[in-house]
Design a binder for this molecule. Structure first.
Ligand SMILES: [Zn+2]
Length: 234
């Protein structure tokens, strides 16, 4: 199976976005490894924290002591036992804010969110399986002709050769492992699931991967906004 890393095609984009996620876990100041960190790309756009008694504790991105992060994480976990993992900085809910200009058919926002116009989503969904979408809570005064949605990407597959930038063992307190993307990423996917054509890597969630079926559909439909770089798949 051929797989491709998705990259933004900035040259095509004449679109201004000023969006904020509804909720997130705070970053953490770890007393053991001394790291101050938050994970990027762990996004659960379809998960609402509205029902939590102290949902306001999740609305302001910030760093907190380890104990406070663990307490907040446990509360999210108990209400959402099916979520894969909940590192510091994990995001939940809709994007809220303003958009200006003409969006490309697809666009990457803030490193790891993949946006799609309603028109492009309908065209792609007619010929291959696509992830679900979450509406963007857009406060524009002008009404967009073609509404923009966020794709709710599943976590699937792993980067097998991340570059380790510190200790190879996770921190015993906060779980952090320092990794960066190698020049030649190798992606391992479980037994092929025909329903998954777009996904985030479980251990490197800022990397969004597309199957060859998706890339062919994108090209055949003449869509805009993305570039693709093939990765080794095993
Ligand atoms: Zn730590």
């Amino acid at each position: 199976m051929r797989l491709y890393k998705i990259l933004p095609d900035w040259e095509q984009n004449n679109f201004q976005l000023d969006l904020k996620r509804q909720w997130s876990l705070p970053g953490v100041n770890c007393p053991t490894c001394k790291s101050q960190w938050a994970n990027a790309g762990t996004i659960y756009a379809a998960t609402s924290l509205e029902g939590l008694s102290n949902s306001s504790h999740y609305t302001e991105p910030r760093n907190v002591p380890l104990d406070e992060y663990l307490e907040l994480m446990d509360e999210v976990r108990s209400a959402n036992p099916d979520l894969l993992h909940l590192p510091p900085g994990a995001e939940f809910g809709q994007l809220v804010g303003a958009m200006r200009g003409q969006c490309t058919d697809l666009a990457i926002y803030s490193i790891a969110s993949l946006l799609i116009s309603l028109g492009a989503y309908k065209k792609l969904s007619a010929i291959l399986e696509m992830p679900g979408t979450v509406a963007i809570n857009c406060r524009n005064r002008e009404v967009l002709i073609d509404p923009v949605l966020e794709l709710d990407l599943p976590f699937f597959g792993r980067l097998t050769n991340p570059t380790i930038t510190g200790s190879p063992d996770p921190c015993a307190s906060c779980g952090r492992v320092g990794i960066s993307l190698p020049n030649n990423p190798v992606v391992e996917v479980p037994e092929r699931d025909a329903a998954i054509n777009l996904f985030r890597l479980i251990n490197f969630p800022t990397i969004v991967v597309a199957t060859q079926e998706f890339v062919e559909a994108y090209m055949n439909l003449g869509l805009s906004g993305l570039k693709f770089s093939e990765v080794v798949s095993v």
